[in-house]
Design a protein around this ligand. Structure first.
Ligand code: SF4
Length: 484
C-alpha cells in the first residue's frame, strides 16, 4: 500500500489526520497532558500528600525501580526544542545551576529514605543538557547519587545524556571512572544543510564524527539521536546520515520524528512561512519506513519504532523497564511522570513530583509536590497494551503483548476487553498475532501513535478534546502538547 493510502486508512480508523505540524508520540500512559484534569475530576483517586506516596512505596520494597534525573539547562537554540529548560551562556549556567544540583542531591536523600535498599535497575540523566555541568559538578552529582542511593554501577545501568557541543574528554574520564557505561547524544543529522536549518549546535558533520570517536574511547554503549521530517531533508540526505551513523561505530540509534511544539516555536514559524521546506506527511512516513528497513539491512536490530541496536552492545535497560510497566521515579524540574507499581495488584500511582515545570522553579525537597492519581485496573490494562505494543520491533522477540500473560495477569482475555479495537487494526493489517504475541506489523508500527490512542478510554479522548466518533479530524494532541 502507498503511504497516501496508509495515512488515509489511518485517519478513517482513528480519526487522526497526520500532517507535518502535528506529528506525535506516545511515551507514557496515561498521557502527561491529562494528569491535571484527571486529578481535578476525580478527587477520590487523587494523590496530593507524601504520606499517600509513601504508603504506596512501602509495598514496592522488592520491586525493580528506574530513576530519571533531569538537568534542565541548555545553552543551545535548536529551533524544534520543546523541552522545559533554562537557557544561558555556559559559564553563567554552571553558576546558576548549582542550587538546582544541590536540590537534586537533597531529593536523592528523599528517595533513599523512602525505598532503602531498592533494586535500582537503571538511571537515566536527561535534559536540557547534562553535559553543561562543569567536570567538578558532574563528579559531585554522580558521586553523591551513587553513594546516597547505594548504587552498584556493575548492576545498575546509568545513562548520561550529552550534547556533542559540550561533552569534553574530562567529562568522559570522570564518567568512566565512576562506572557509567551508557551515553545518549543528540546528533540529529550528518547533513550540514539540515543541521543549519534546525539551528543545531556549532559542529559540522566532521566535528560530530570526531566527538563520537572521542566518546567511544570511554563509553562503548553510545546511542545517538537522528531526526526525520526535518526542513531541507529528503530521503537521500537521510540515507547518507544513517550510513554515516552506522559507520561511526555507535551502539544504537534512536530515530525521532520532528515535533514542532507551540505556535511560538521557531520551527513551526518556519513551517507556517513555507510548508515546502519540509517533507510532507506521506514523504515523512516513507522516510521512517525506509530508515527502519535500511538500519536492519545494515545489521542493526529493530526494537521498536524508534530504537535500533547493534546486537549485544546497544541495550537500554531504562527504556525496557518503562515499557514493561516498571516502577519509575524521578528527580528534577519538569520531571512529571512517576509510576509507582506496588507488589500486588492495584493501586498503581501516577505522580508528578514537581508540577512547577522548569528548572528555575525547582529547588529541591521543598518544591516537591506529589500530584497524581491512583490507577485503576482498567488504566493498568490499557497501559499494558499501549506500552507493550510500542515494542513490536521486528527483531524484538519479547516485543508486543503476550496474550497468555495478559490473561494470567488480569483474569480476562485481551480480546474480551479490546476486541473491537484489535479487530479493526488486524483487519487493516496494522496489527497481527504471531506466536502468541499481539504485535504491530511493519506498516502498523509506522502509524503507532494514532493507532494506540484507540486504546484510550472515551473520556480521555473527550478530555483531550478529540472527536468522539473516531472519524473527526484530529489536528494535534492536547492543547500545547505534542505528546499524546
Ligand atoms: S540541545 Fe536539547 S535541550 Fe538544548 S535546545 Fe537543543 S534539543 Fe533543546
Amino acid at each position: 500500500m502507498e503511504p497516501e493510502a496508509i495515512l488515509s486508512l489511518t485517519k478513517d480508523i482513528t480519526g487522526r489526520k497526520r500532517s507535518p505540524s502535528n506529528y506525535s508520540t506516545i511515551s507514557f500512559y496515561p498521557p502527561h497532558a491529562l494528569l491535571p484534569k484527571l486529578v481535578d475530576q476525580d478527587p477520590n483517586r487523587s494523590i496530593t500528600e507524601w504520606s499517600q506516596v509513601n504508603a504506596i512505596l512501602r509495598s514496592t520494597q522488592n520491586l525493580p525501580i528506574a530513576l530519571y534525573t533531569h538537568v534542565g539547562y541548555c545553552n543551545a537554540g535548536c529551533t524544534y526544542c520543546t523541552i522545559p529548560r533554562t537557557r544561558g551562556r555556559i559559564d553563567s549556567i554552571q553558576e546558576s545551576m548549582e542550587p538546582y544540583l544541590q536540590g537534586s542531591i537533597t531529593d536523592f536523600r528523599l528517595w533513599a529514605e523512602v525505598f532503602p535498599g531498592q533494586n535500582v535497575v537503571a538511571i537515566y540523566t536527561g535534559g536540557g543538557t547534562p553535559s553543561l555541568m562543569s567536570s567538578s559538578q558532574l563528579e559531585q552529582y554522580y558521586e553523591d547519587m551513587i553513594t546516597i542511593l547505594n548504587i552498584d554501577t556493575d548492576r545498575t545501568e546509568i545513562t548520561f545524556e550529552a550534547s556533542p557541543d559540550t561533552i569534553t574528554e574530562k567529562h568522559l574520564i570522570i564518567l568512566k571512572s565512576l562506572g557509567i557505561k551508557r551515553m545518549s547524544m543528540g546528533v540529529q543529522s550528518f547533513d550540514d544543510t539540515v543541521l543549519k536549518g534546525i539551528g543545531r549546535g556549532t559542529l559540522n558533520n566532521k566535528g560530530l564524527l570526531r566527538t563520537i570517536a572521542m566518546c567511544l574511547r570511554y563509553i562503548d554503549n553510545l546511542d545517538i539521536d537522528i531526526m526525520i521530517a526535518l526542513p531541507y531533508q529528503d530521503i537521500s540526505s537521510l540515507e547518507k546520515t544513517l550510513k554515516v551513523a552506522v559507520k561511526s561505530g555507535v551502539a544504537s540509534i534512536s530515530l525521532y520524528q520532528l515535533r514542532m511544539g507551540g505556535s511560538n516555536a521557531p520551527v513551526r514559524r518556519l513551517y507556517n512561512g513555507d510548508h515546502k521546506l519540509f517533507p510532507t506527511a506521506e514523504e515523512a512516513f516513507n522516510m521512517h519506513l525506509y530508515a527502519r528497513d535500511l538500519l536492519r539491512e545494515l545489521s542493526f536490530h529493530e526494537i521498536n519504532d524508534n530504537f535500533f541496536i547493534v546486537p549485544g552492545r546497544g541495550g537500554n535497560r531504562y527504556a525496557k523497564h518503562v515499557w514493561n510497566n516498571g516502577t519509575l521515579v524521578g528527580v528534577g524540574g519538569s520531571f512529571n511522570y512517576n509510576y509507582i507499581h506496588p507488589d500486588e495488584g492495584d493501586p498503581m500511582a501516577y505522580i508528578s513530583s514537581s508540577s512547577e515545570g522548569d528548572a528555575n522553579s525547582y529547588r529541591g525537597r521543598d518544591s516537591l509536590k506529589p500530584y497524581g492519581i491512583v490507577l485503576t485496573k482498567d488504566d493498568i490494562m490499557r497501559r499494558t497494551v499501549i506500552m507493550g505494543l510500542k515494542t513490536s520491533g521486528r527483531d524484538n522477540p519479547d516485543g508486543g503483548i503476550n496474550i497468555t500473560a495478559f490473561y494470567n495477569e488480569f483474569g480476562i482475555g485481551i480480546c474480551q476487553v479490546f476486541g473491537k479495537e484489535i479487530g479493526t487494526l488486524v483487519n487493516a493489517k496494522f496489527l497481527e498475532i504471531q506466536n502468541g504475541y499481539l504485535r504491530f506489523t511493519r506498516i502498523g508500527l509506522g502509524i503507532y501513535p494514532e493507532a494506540l490512542t484507540m486504546f484510550y478510554p472515551q473520556y480521555y479522548r473527550d478530555l483531550l478534546g478529540e472527536s468522539t466518533t473516531g472519524r473527526g479530524t484530529y489536528e494535534g494532541g492536547a492543547a500545547g502538547s505534542d505528546q499524546i
